[in-house]
Design a protein around this ligand. Sequence first.
Ligand code: ADP
Ligand code: MG
Length: 397
Amino acid sequence: MTARIEPGQAIGVLGGGQLGAMFASAARRLGYRTVVWDPDPDAPALRQADLPVAAAFSDASAFERFSESIKAATYEWENVPFSVGVELEHRIPVRPAPGILRTLQNRIDQKRFLGERNIPVVPFHALHSPDELIIPDDIGYPALCKTATSGYDGKGQWRLNGPADAERLRDLFRHQDTQGRPRDGWVIERFLAFEKELSVLVVRGADGETRTYPVADNVHEGGILRISRVPAAIESRTAEQAQALARSVVETLNGVGVFCIEVFLMPDGRLFINEVAPRPHNSGHYTLDACTVSQFEQQVRALCGLPLGEVRLLSPAVMLNLLGDELTRVTAGEGLERLLGTPGTKLRIYGKTTIRPRRKMGHVTFLAEKTETAWEAALALRSFLANSRSGISRPRE
Ligand code: ADP
Ligand code: MG
């Protein structure tokens, strides 16, 4: 086992979005100094850092500054360059290990890795060139095509309802190819009529100890997370199966850190892994307000070799994301007073300076004695947002 990194020392995070900011604030609470590296000078976590590094990930002097000033590093999302992780690993511990980052940051590699180890993934077909874009019979329509790399929040995905859609997408990809766009391929999946989308957070220490949070069930709109509810509205047997499956993923990866496993629950009770993230997750934000130890504090603990924290739920919780201009709308007029004055309601604002459609700007967590009460409150806020919508930019679904 590697030596413990003591409070007072500095730790680093690659990526400076809201996840990096919440990591930095959890680290600071435990007495660590933080170094955040992000190419965007406006990234919110840079303002939380003791030492902000605002530079491209390819910047060699930024690499020196970052690696020289910290004892260990992690990342806030999987689209940071794998090569930076490998370079860092020559000098300091990087958790989860860059080899895991490489496997998970490509959907083809991720699904193959898990599938070959008998972990049930959504059935898929790997594509390496636009000419291969046909929908095999065992996938069928409706299908979903996803870029193998760099997709998030439903970006880089196309739904195909029939052969004409496949033809159009083939033309689009061929056109992009003539413009010299680099390619890592795509996956084609069946568009599944799942009963519920679940997610499970697993924390694993360097000694192999794992802790598994309660299961969340999630509502997405247009490929982007809208609502997470904990505990999930599923049978306890199903929840236990989902937790066991999630644990088996992290053990198979031999991961150290926080992982989120997204799972589809089918009407016949089968579970399929949708995707695995080697980091805290939007659907785990409830842990900030509804658990004794948040997913971000667990990330700090696993990184520094501290004892893992408990994963107990202190209260049912339902989280609603505030996207695009919704944060402004929800806090306009009397809105802020109303939200801040409602018992059991926690508002978090990420501090992003630019509003873009569907960008995650903040979230609200509703805590209540009964899950249904928190759920109703979240639905009421969602309808308020739908009714006060200024433009016509409705999401995909
Ligand atoms: P991202 O990296 O953008 O989160 P995901 O693969 O998780 O990509 O897809 C985003 C969302 O799109 C999922 O949470 C789910 O709601 C929907 N989705 C993804 N794959 C499928 C599928 N095969 N069938 C049905 N819905 C899907
Ligand atoms: Mg996802």
